[in-house]
Design a protein around this ligand. Structure first.
Ligand code: TRP
Length: 444
């Protein structure tokens, strides 16, 4: 049987959740929104919205034991075939993967160059980064090809020998590297400053933007709204405790984000650098700090960027799997053929994304003032993911028998937990996400 073991599922789902979102995005948006208060809101968003949606995808997937669209139909009241259309969400993963692979390519470049040179000034670091993404098209294509090739190689081997195995190797290694970096951070004086930055809430920094950013981050970091968790849960044995597994994954994901934050803010404060540097935090600010640490700096830089690659690869494989499963189950084609179709499409889109940021091709790949890379990002995280999430809520609240859901939850937890979950999925989550969606669309 090509199924996860229970620990295999937890590692794979955690591998999906833990990615660039935790180590790159979480620290920089926390920095931008001023630390403690933002983190508090983020934790509430994970608990009440993220975990609720995670459980929603898990229950649909585990019940269906199939691809996204088949699983929707299977759980719907009187098995309504119209729910097949929910399968649209598997396309989101492929689009995210296109530019995620490009970003992983940048990080690969950082791994390689960090062995020999680190920039000793922010202006140089900024110029290096700029040159990499806008001029070095040849290298970027090579990196994107390497990452895409790795992802394709892993998923070709299937759930057990591919996805489960790679997570069994990379997740503990990632844990080790982060533990090492955390221990080093603990020896630095500014560690306590990082702790107080992250855990002393200052609510004057919080406005509606911060609330929505926390919500969006909770969503992205738990890999929701793409069918990833749903599809992975479809390979979870039918009797396994999906409630407990989901909670464990949410905890692992949160702990890793917090640890990454502690490490990065300690490093930044040691150098007296800005905490609000934005997306360039990891690509521009950190290398300059590492360069001041001599040999040790190189070791830390390489370890840090390797950790990012590991975290990213396990997320990348989880973005393509929903589409693969969809093609395999619905069109009865082989995993090889499905991989060829899906791998080919995201590889091609990735090339477009990377060219769209370059000086030479950018102008041709810019539409409505946004380049293709940003368009793919916007379409997925601002539109398709929230839409899929709202759809999942409506589906569960109005098109599935409540008793069916209750029975699934009661096999593993008590009635209070179920009632809270059901209330959240019926009212709170869809409202919160609708507000997020409208805000992204500029309507509010
Ligand atoms: N959660 C991952 C991160 O934090 C990204 C990710 C993986 C993802 N799979 C996904 C995001 C599916 C959305 C949908 O980096």
């Amino acid at each position: 049987m090509n199924k996860f073991s229970r620990i295999g599922f937890i590692l794979a789902a955690a591998g999906s959740a833990v990615g660039l979102g935790n180590i790159w995005r979480f620290p920089y948006i926390t920095g931008e929104y001023g630390g403690g208060a933002f983190i508090l809101i983020y934790l509430l968003a994970i608990l009440f919205i993220g975990l609720t949606m995670f459980l929603a995808e898990a229950v649909i997937g585990q019940n269906g034991q199939s691809d996204v669209s088949t699983s929707f139909v299977a759980l719907s009241t009187s098995k309504n075939k119209n729910w097949k259309f929910a399968g649209f969400m598997v396309a989101t993963g492929l689009i995210i993967l296109s530019f995620y692979s490009v970003v992983l390519g940048w990080i690969l470049d950082y791994v390689i160059t960090s062995f020999s040179t680190l920039p000793n000034e922010a202006s140089i670091a900024g110029a290096n980064f700029e040159r990499l993404i806008s001029e070095d098209v040849g290298s970027l294509i090579v990196y994107h090809t390497l990452i895409a090739g790795t992802v394709i190689f892993i998923v070709l081997k299937g759930i057990k020998d591919g996805i489960e195995k790679i997570n069994l190797i990379l997740m503990p290694l990632l844990g080790l590297i982060l533990a090492g970096l955390l221990i080093y951070a603990l020896t630095l004086d500014s560690f306590s400053q990082a702790v107080s930055f992250m855990f002393t809430p200052d609510f004057s920094k919080i406005d509606s933007h911060a609330l929505l950013a926390a919500l969006g981050q909770a969503f992205f970091t738990l890999s929701l709204g793409v069918g990833t968790i749903l599809t992975y849960s479809a390979s979870l044995p039918k009797k396994a405790n999906f409630v407990k597994s989901s909670i464990v994954v949410a905890i692992v994901d949160t702990v890793i984000a917090l640890v990454a934050g502690l490490i990065i803010f300690t490093f930044l404060f040691t150098a007296g650098a800005e905490s609000a540097a934005g997306p360039g935090l990891v690509f521009i600010s950190l290398p300059v700090i590492f360069s001041g640490w001599g040999m040790l700096g190189h070791i830390i830089a390489v370890s840090f960027f390797v950790a990012l690659v590991f975290a990213g690869i396990t997320s990348a494989v989880s973005m393509i799997e929903p589409a693969l499963r969809f093609f395999i189950e619905r069109y009865k084609i082989s995993r090889q053929k499905a991989t060829l179709i899906c791998g080919g499409s995201f590889y091609f889109l990735g090339i477009i994304a990377l060219l769209s940021m370059s000086k030479s091709f950018g102008a041709h790949l810019t539409f409505f003032g946004k380049n293709a890379f940003d368009i793919m990002d916007f379409m997925t995280s601002s539109i398709m993911m929230p839409l899929a999430a709202i759809l999942i809520c409506i589906f569960l609240a109005y098109f599935v028998e409540k008793d069916t859901l209750k029975e699934k939850f009661l096999a593993h937890t008590n009635e209070t937990v179920f009632n809270i979950w059901y209330f959240l999925i019926k009212f709170i989550v869809p409202i919160a996400i609708t507000i997020l969606l409208l805000n992204k669309l500029g309507a509010i």
